[in-house]
Design a protein around this ligand. Structure first.
Ligand SMILES: [Zn+2]
Length: 263
């Protein structure tokens, strides 16, 4: 808050800093003209993919499992569930993802994780806003899946929070980045078996004690960058359920599926 005090005391300096920042942005755009986020071909528009890279993304649309959001090869009707949803019903209501996790999607997710310019989350958010249309409305609050602090701080920001914020800017929906926290350190899920993933994140998340009052009955949409086996979003949903928040949907930019691996 010290900075705020300085701003009140020195409006001229604040204005100068503002102008400096604006000039810096203009300069950045001149130094770094818009490039394809994937292959770095020159583009007319920032935060986008070129036509060739965009065509490699595999959007997930109907027909899909109404619960897990997994794409179906053939349309089995609106109530047909995937074998995965029947064998192991998730604690959340519905999950939706924008694209299959293939090479272009993987590069996008890993660039976000490495901490590229935060504004770049807009591209993923735009795609997800389309995929998650049925999860909108009803005063739903976007809650990012939290990173553990020691992992969040070196990167300076949480990519799920960035995605949730970019999504909120596009759609005007609310974001609550502090509702859920990671209460213990977990290993990276990459390279673990499904069973080990489950054990790794079970009980790893805590929900603010005032969460139910804070939400006042509003449902939650958990936001993550990529869903692999669903262990992480399952663990966060269970923590929300224990805190008395029953209505939880899940949304991600990418989704790991067998089809995604093959394409
Ligand atoms: Zn490209």
């Amino acid at each position: 808050m010290e900075a705020d005090g300085d701003i009140v005391k020195a409006p001229f300096l604040h204005r100068l800093a503002q102008l400096g920042r604006r000039a810096g942005t203009v300069l950045l755009d001149q130094l770094y003209p818009p490039l394809c986020l994937n292959c770095e071909a020159a583009l007319a528009e920032a935060d986008a993919l070129c036509g060739a890279c965009f065509a490699q993304l595999r959007p997930i649309s109907s027909p899909r499992c109404p619960v897990l959001g997994l794409p179906f090869e053939v349309d089995l009707g609106p109530d047909a569930l995937s074998a995965e949803a029947i064998a192991d019903p998730p604690p959340f209501r519905r999950a939706r993802s924008a694209v299959l996790y293939n090479e272009v999607a993987r590069k996008r997710v890993s660039r976000l994780k490495e901490g590229e310019r935060p504004g770049r989350a807009r591209f993923c958010a735009r795609l997800r806003a389309g995929a998650g249309q049925e999860l909108g409305g009803g005063g739903r609050v976007r809650v990012p899946v939290p990173l553990h602090r020691p992992r969040q701080f070196p990167r300076r920001y949480n990519q799920s929070t960035e995605l949730a914020r970019a999504l909120a800017q596009l759609t005007g929906l609310r974001v609550d980045p502090t509702l859920v926290a990671r209460s213990r350190r977990t290993r990276q899920q990459v390279g673990l078996s499904a069973d080990a993933r489950h054990r790794n994140v079970a009980g790893a998340f805590s929900v603010r004690p005032d969460a139910a009052a804070r939400l006042a009955g509003r449902p939650v949409v958990l936001v993550d960058d990529v869903i692999t086996t669903g262990s992480t979003v399952n663990a966060v949903t269970r923590a929300l359920n224990r805190a008395g928040i029953a209505d939880v949907d899940v949304m991600s930019f990418a989704r790991v599926t067998v089809q995604g691996d093959l394409s």
